[in-house]
Write a new protein. Structure first.
Length: 244
């Protein structure tokens, strides 16, 4: 987890009285299946806060060097008898997963068969959806990874750059698709995913992905103050329902 970026320390923005970092850790910490929550960061302030909220912390690797200081050999994955399940904070790069697994092993003696990755900038994702995602991964024996997605209306338009013409993607005379036949479209919900250790490498991307569908609000990614205001609306409505 970076302290910098376009919005420095965005993980400390407040949502209904709690920081995005706290919401993100609480979402996975309360899971029925997750044994450990691990955050990777280079920042001491984020480290102290993550530990306060109940997460372990490892140093975030610097990928621009192209070097990893630890052995990246991944343990064999046993779907029927997993040793432990760990939530690993999203590290902006798939190659970071093996590094993080090795770092967790070195620092805490943790050897996981399964990791779940997410993003603290998506605080409306729910613990219930985390558990559903884990269950879905184990239900599908052929799946390389399970992802959370939310539906997007398929009535999409784009522009032909050569003639500057606006046209609908799925509706033209030759396709013959009526509105009821448009394909289902989805977007990733907060980068939440579950997979067996050692199976995140980009060369494996052609393998099967399974998925769960969540509410669109769970995929709300907070980039700016407007997103935060919208998340505040959804979270207040959710908390109000929970108090009833």
């Amino acid at each position: 987890m970076r302290a910098g970026g376009s919005k420095p320390y965005r993980c400390f923005w407040k949502l209904c009285g709690k920081t995005l970092l706290e919401w993100g850790i609480r979402i996975v910490r309360d899971s029925e299946y997750i044994d450990d929550v691990v955050v990777s960061t280079e920042d001491s302030r984020i480290k102290r806060a993550a530990e306060k909220y109940g997460a372990r912390v490892i140093d975030r690797p610097y990928f621009q060097t192209g070097k990893f200081p630890l052995d990246l050999a991944a343990p064999p994955f046993n779907r029927q008898k997993p040793r432990s399940l760990i939530h690993q904070g999203q590290n902006v790069c798939l190659d970071s997963t093996l590094y993080s697994q090795a770092a967790m092993s070195n620092a805490f003696g943790i050897v996981a068969d399964v990791t779940a990755g997410g993003n603290v900038q998506c605080p409306l994702f729910t613990t219930k959806s985390v558990d559903r995602l884990i269950e879905r991964f184990f239900e599908d024996e052929e799946a390389w990874q399970a992802n959370a997605v939310y539906p997007v209306p398929p009535k999409l338009w784009t522009v032909n750059p050569k003639i500057d013409r606006l046209f609908p993607i799925f509706h033209d005379t030759f396709q013959g698709l009526d509105r009821q036949s448009y394909p289902s479209l989805y977007r990733s919900a907060g980068n939440y995913s579950v997979g067996g250790c050692g199976r995140y490498m980009s060369s494996e991307s052609e393998k099967r992905h399974t998925y769960i569908v969540v509410k669109p609000e769970e995929g709300l990614h907070i980039h700016d103050e407007e997103d935060l205001a919208l998340a505040e609306f959804y979270m207040q409505r959710r908390l109000k329902k929970e108090r009833k």
